[in-house]
Design a protein. Structure first.
Length: 709
C-alpha cells in the first residue's frame, strides 16, 4: 500500500515549478423555485446549488443552501389520515392495538396509547435501557461521515420484556424491539497501529481502497490538513475501544422515530429533489445495521519531506522505530535513525520542547479527555499512557458508534401513504446527493494530484514530493513530468424524451490526456428509458399516487399475518388493486407465492405460502455469557465460541453447535457464567495450655527446662 521511499537512491528527480493557479472563490447559483406548501408545517422551501466551487486557496461559500418561508397550504396534512384497525397516536403515527395500555409509551412523543387507560398492565419489571443505546437509532451521512437525526424509535419494546446482562455493571437492562442482539463486551486494543504515508495523495488512496474493500461499512472521511508551503510525510497512529456491540433488526421490524416518520409522511408523491434533499440533510443517507459503542483514536503527525531526505530517513526506517505499545510509543533510543525521527517530529510540529503535536480525529470520550490527545511527549511515555487511559475510561460514559455497518435510508420508508413511490424517489435523491460531491465539479490539479470536494471547496491531494494549492511545486519522483491522465467532466443534464428514451453525455477533458497519459475509462454517453420499469410498475398498482384526482374510496382490511414473516413496505391503508409482497424473518425463507392483492370484493387474493426455517438464529445469551462470531443467523455446522466477563468463570460447554435440526447444542441451560467463590481458610483454634506447657502441632506439651523462667 505504502510503497518504498525512493530517496537518495533515485537519480532522476524532476524539479517542478509550474505556473501557480490563481485562487478560485466559491459562488452560489441563484435560488430555485419554491416547493409546494407543506400542509403540516405550513412552510415551503427553496434551494440553491454551488455554481463554482472554491479552489486553489479560494474562499468557500458562506450562507445556507436552503431558505424557508411560511405559506398557506392548498392541501391538508397527510398525518390526519386514519389508521384502519390500528391505534392512532396524536401525531398520526399508527401502532398495534396490542400495545395500548401495556405500561410502555409506544406513541413516542405524546404517550396517547397510555393516556386513557382504565386498567394498566405492566409488561416488564425493568424499563432501564442500556446506556447510550439511543445512538443505535441515529441516521448517518455517508458523505460527511457524521451522525444525523434519530430514525429509529429505540424505546419501543413491542410489548416484549427482553433483557441483557452487563457483567461490569452487574445489572440487567431492557432491550428495545429495534435491537436484534446486544452484548456488553469490552474490547480494548493494547496495540497501536502506526502507518506512514509519503503524501496526502497516498493516504487518500489508502483510505479509499479500505472503504471499498469494506463495502457495507462506512468510515468517516478525515479531512486531512493540506500543506501548500511544503511537501509533508504523514504518520498515522490509531487505536479503538469497544464497550458494547449491537445488531439492529430488519427494516420491516423497526419502529420509526416520530420526527422521521412525520417527514416521510409529508414528502410529496411527485419528485421534488429539494424536499427530499432536505430530509437527507436532517436524517442522512443511511441508518445503522450493526456496530459497536465505543471510541476511536486517530492522530496524524506530519514530517517535512526535505528534512527527511537530508537525514536519509525512509519509511522502512520509521517502521523499525515504532513499537505497538503505548507506553514505549515510537522511540527505540538505541538506534541513531530513531533519534532522528524524534527530531523530525519535533521540528515539523513547530515544537521546541519534547512535545509533538498532531491533528486529532477522536470519536467518543469526554471533552476534557479528548483535549489531552492532540500531543505526545517523547520523554514522558507514562504521561502519554495516563492521558490515553483517562480517555479510554471516559468512553464508557461518552461512547460513539464505531465500526458501523450501514443500510440505505430508503429501506425505512414505510407506514406512510404511497410508501413505495416515496421509497423510489428517496433512493433517487440519495444517488443525486452523492453525485453532488463528484470531483468532476473541480478544476484539475497539476502533476497528477487528485481533486476532492469538501463542503463548498475543492482541495488537491498531491503526489509524493509535490505540494502547493494546485500541487504545482516540488519534485516529481514517481511519474514523468508532462504526462497527464484524462479525467471525465460531469454528466450533462438529461435530454428531452425522444422515442421513450433520454440521453446524457460527458467528455474526457477534465483534463484531457496529454503526453501519453491514460484515456478515461467508461462510456461518454448513456441512454435510459424515460421512466424506469419500477416506476411504471408502481403506476399500475398505485395509480392514486400519480393522479391526484384519483382518490381511493374502497380499502381492504390489513393483509393476513404470516408466521415468522412480514409485509414489505407496509402501509396504514390498502386501496382496491394494491399489491403487497411478503418476506420472512432472518433464518427463514418463503415457500409459495409472495404476492397478495386487494381485490374488488375487498378481500385479499392470496395463495398458499409459509416461512420455512433454514438456519439457526442468534441465541439469547444471558447471565453475562458472550459469544463469537456474532451475527443474525448461522449455517448448519457453524459454532459460537462462548466466554464470560473477566470477573466470572465459564461452567459447561465452551461452544455451541448449530445442529441439522436447526437447534443449538448443547442445551443453553447447562452453560453458566459464575463468580468464583473466594476460598476461606479454616480458622485454627489453638488449645489453652498450662503455664508450664506450650502448643506443639495443636497439642499442649511440656516446655523444655531452658524455656521456663
Amino acid at each position: 500500500v505504502l510503497g518504498i521511499f525512493l530517496l537518495l537512491e533515485v537519480s532522476s528527480f524532476f524539479s517542478i515549478f509550474s505556473s501557480p493557479s490563481p485562487p478560485i472563490h466559491c459562488r452560489w447559483d441563484s435560488f430555485g423555485p419554491w416547493s409546494e406548501c407543506d400542509g403540516c408545517t405550513q412552510t415551503q422551501i427553496r434551494r440553491r446549488t454551488v455554481a463554482v466551487y472554491g479552489q486553489y486557496g479560494g474562499n468557500p461559500c458562506s450562507g445556507d443552501a436552503f431558505e424557508t418561508r411560511p405559506c398557506t397550504p392548498t392541501r391538508g396534512c397527510p398525518t390526519a389520515d386514519g389508521c384502519g384497525d390500528r391505534f392512532r397516536c396524536f401525531s398520526g403515527q399508527c401502532i398495534s392495538r396490542s400495545l395500548v395500555c401495556n405500561g410502555d409509551q409506544d406513541c413516542e412523543e405524546d404517550g396517547a396509547d397510555e393516556d386513557r387507560c382504565e386498567e394498566k398492565m405492566t409488561v416488564c419489571d425493568i424499563d432501564k435501557t442500556p446506556p447510550n443505546s439511543e445512538l443505535t437509532g441515529t441516521g448517518f451521512d455517508a458523505i460527511t461521515g457524521e451522525t444525523r437525526g434519530r430514525v429509529i424509535h429505540t424505546e419501543s419494546f413491542g410489548g416484549q420484556c427482553r433483557k441483557v446482562f452487563s457483567g461490569d455493571g452487574r445489572e440487567y437492562y431492557r432491550l428495545s424491539d429495534s435491537v436484534l442482539a446486544y452484548t456488553f463486551q469490552v474490547k480494548i486494543q493494547n496495540d497501536f497501529s502506526y502507518e506512514f504515508f509519503n503524501s496526502s495523495w497516498s493516504y487518500m488512496k489508502h483510505t479509499e481502497r479500505y472503504e471499498k474493500s469494506n463495502s457495507g461499512h462506512s468510515y468517516s472521511q478525515d479531512k486531512i490538513l493540506q500543506h501548500s508551503q511544503k511537501s509533508k510525510q504523514l504518520m498515522v497512529v490509531e487505536n479503538s475501544v469497544e464497550v458494547a456491540q449491537f445488531i439492529n433488526n430488519r427494516p420491516d421490524f423497526l419502529t420509526l422515530a416520530e420526527p422521521f416518520w412525520k417527514e416521510l409522511a409529508n414528502l410529496p408523491v411527485i419528485y421534488e429533489y429539494n424536499v427530499y434533499r432536505r430530509l437527507i440533510e436532517h436524517f442522512g443517507t443511511h441508518f445503522l445495521q450493526s456496530g459497536s459503542l465505543g471510541g476511536h483514536y486517530k492522530v496524524i503527525f506530519y514530517m517535512d519531506t526535505d528534512k527527511m531526505k537530508a537525514e536519509g530517513m525512509s519509511i522502512t526506517d520509521m517502521y523499525q522505530c515504532t513499537t505497538s505499545g503505548w507506553n514505549a510509543f515510537i522511540v527505540k533510543k538505541k538506534k541513531v535513525k530513531c533519534s532522528k525521527l524524534d527530531e523530525l517530529l519535533q521540528s515539523s510540529s513547530g515544537s521546541s520542547d519534547n512535545r509533538i503535536k498532531g491533528d486529532p480525529y477522536i470519536e467518543g470520550g469526554s471533552p476534557g479527555a479528548v483535549a489531552g490527545l492532540s500531543y505526545l511527549e517523547l520523554n514522558n511515555p507514562a504521561g502519554n499512557s495516563q492521558r490515553y487511559s483517562f480517555w479510554a475510561r471516559s468512553v464508557t460514559d461518552y461512547p460513539r458508534v464505531i465500526k458501523q455497518k450501514l443500510t440505505p435510508l430508503y429501506e425505512l420508508v414505510k407506514e406512510v401513504p404511497c410508501s413505495s413511490v416515496k421509497k423510489h424517489y428517496l433512493k433517487q435523491a440519495i444517488e443525486e446527493y452523492m453525485a453532488e460531491n463528484d470531483p468532476c465539479k473541480c478544476q484539475p490539479c497539476q502533476n497528477g494530484g487528485e481533486a476532492a470536494v469538501e463542503g463548498t471547496r475543492c482541495v488537491c491531494y498531491c503526489k509524493p514530493y509535490t505540494f502547493g494549492a494546485a500541487c504545482e511545486l516540488g519534485t516529481l519522483v514517481q511519474d514523468q513530468p508532462g504526462i497527464f491522465d484524462g479525467h471525465w467532466s460531469c454528466w450533462s443534464s438529461w435530454s428531452p424524451c425522444s422515442g421513450g428514451r433520454k440521453l446524457r453525455s460527458r467528455a474526457c477533458n477534465n483534463p484531457s490526456p496529454r503526453g501519453g497519459g491514460k484515456a478515461c475509462i467508461g462510456e461518454p454517453r448513456e441512454s435510459r428509458s424515460c421512466e424506469d420499469e419500477e416506476l411504471q410498475h408502481l403506476r399500475l398498482i398505485e395509480p392514486h399516487c400519480f393522479d391526484l384526482s384519483v382518490t381511493p374510496t374502497e380499502f381492504c382490511s390489513p393483509p393476513p399475518l404470516l408466521e415468522n414473516g412480514f409485509v414489505q413496505n407496509a402501509e396504514n391503508s390498502y386501496p382496491v388493486g394494491k399489491s403487497i409482497v411478503y418476506a420472512c424473518r432472518y433464518g427463514y425463507s418463503l415457500v409459495g407465492d409472495p404476492v397478495a392483492k386487494c381485490g374488488s370484493n375487498l378481500q385479499w387474493q392470496v395463495g398458499d405460502r409459509y416461512c420455512q426455517e433454514t438456519a439457526c438464529l442468534l441465541p439469547i445469551l444471558e447471565g453475562g455469557l458472550q459469544g463469537e462470531p456474532w451475527k443474525p443467523v448461522y449455517e448448519i455446522g457453524e459454532r459460537i465460541t462462548l466466554s464470560c466477563p473477566h470477573n466470572m468463570r465459564l461452567e459447561g460447554a465452551h461452544s455451541l453447535l448449530c445442529e441439522p435440526s436447526l437447534k443449538w447444542s448443547p442445551d443453553m441451560r447447562t452453560i453458566l457464567c459464575k463468580r468464583p467463590v473466594p476460598s476461606v481458610k479454616p480458622e485454627v483454634t489453638e488449645p489453652k495450655c498450662q503455664p508450664w506447657e506450650k502448643v506443639h502441632q495443636s497439642q499442649c506439651v511440656c516446655k523444655m527446662p531452658y524455656e521456663c523462667g
